[in-house]
Design a protein around this ligand. Structure first.
Ligand code: HEM
Length: 249
């Protein structure tokens, strides 16, 4: 077994553990954090079904971003939609046989790679060119954009410039899943692409990219606007309600 195969096999086990464990921990912390105040952004839904629909619009269309800034919305939405298509296209490396809808998606997935880069470029240009945004941008803001752009660029480089052995690559990942290691093609661009992906998986739970699961825990979006109908109790305030009720309040 070659050195890159062993190194990348261990790297991907570690990265998967970091991503899954780290995300589970973060979501656990989010879920346990008290929401002491009723603060849904108005106009807010008054039923749980309404909240579910609001969340759906937020997660798929980025509605509140659309309302606040059309340029960031455009680049942000294009980037995320393209990322979804690219990731769906990648499913063919991890399933045997390849699912029907994944096969159908293949031709569009390639364009999505370019759309992803275009979206990232727009978001990055904003951080450099808009004074107010440049001032509040830290190194990690740039680093995340650089990491995602480098992953997309190395992926496109494999597609158009330096092909790799996709059949052997798939055998490597199916082997990892089955704990039956197979050789990884030692192509430099592939090693760069995979190294960056592993880095992304490791930093994800400690990065700003946590906004993806985080949006679902945002009190301003996930609360029902029923403060007039139901007493809001959370964490420290729960016992106050109790006392209140005991007094007949
Ligand atoms: C272990 C996970 C991954 C593997 C094994 C992998 C492998 C590959 C391979 C072999 C290609 C070349 C496709 C071809 O020649 O037809 C590719 C392309 C690409 N990859 Fe990945 N990749 C992984 C994860 C990712 C992630 C997480 C992203 C984005 C954040 C990404 C973004 C891209 C893009 C944009 C392309 C070019 C467009 C395309 O072919 O779909 N990859 N990847």
């Amino acid at each position: 077994m070659s050195a890159p195969t062993i190194l990348y096999a261990l790297l991907f086990y570690a990265a998967t553990a970091a991503l899954v464990g780290g995300l589970a921990y973060r979501v656990w912390v989010y879920a346990r954090t008290p929401q002491p105040l009723k603060i849904p952004i108005p106009p807010a839904p008054t039923t749980r079904r309404g909240v579910a629909l609001r969340m759906l619009a937020e997660a798929t269309l980025f509605r509140s971003l659309f309302r606040s800034n059309k340029w960031i919305w455009l680049f942000g939405w294009v980037f995320h939609a393209a990322l979804l298509a690219v990731l769906a296209r990648h499913l063919r490396y991890f399933t045997e046989p390849v699912w029907g809808w994944v096969a159908l998606l293949q031709p569009f997935g390639v364009y999505a790679g370019f759309a992803m880069l275009a979206g990232l470029g727009g978001l990055w240009a904003r951080r450099v060119m808009v004074d107010r945004v440049r001032y509040v941008s830290g190194p990690s803001d740039h680093l995340m954009l650089a990491l995602l752009a480098a992953i997309a660029a190395s992926g496109l480089a494999m597609k158009y410039l330096a092909h790799t052995d996709i059949v052997a690559l798939k055998a490597f990942f199916l082997g990892l899943i089955a704990f039956d290691w197979q050789a990884l093609p030692p192509d430099p661009v592939l090693l760069v692409h995979l190294g960056l992906v592993a880095a992304l998986m490791i930093v994800f739970p400690a990065s700003k990219l946590l906004h993806a699961p985080g949006v679902f825990f945002s009190p301003s979006l996930n609360q029902v606007d029923n403060a007039r109908e139901r007493r809001h109790a959370a964490g420290w305030s729960a016992h106050i309600v109790h006392v209140d009720r005991a007094r007949g309040g």
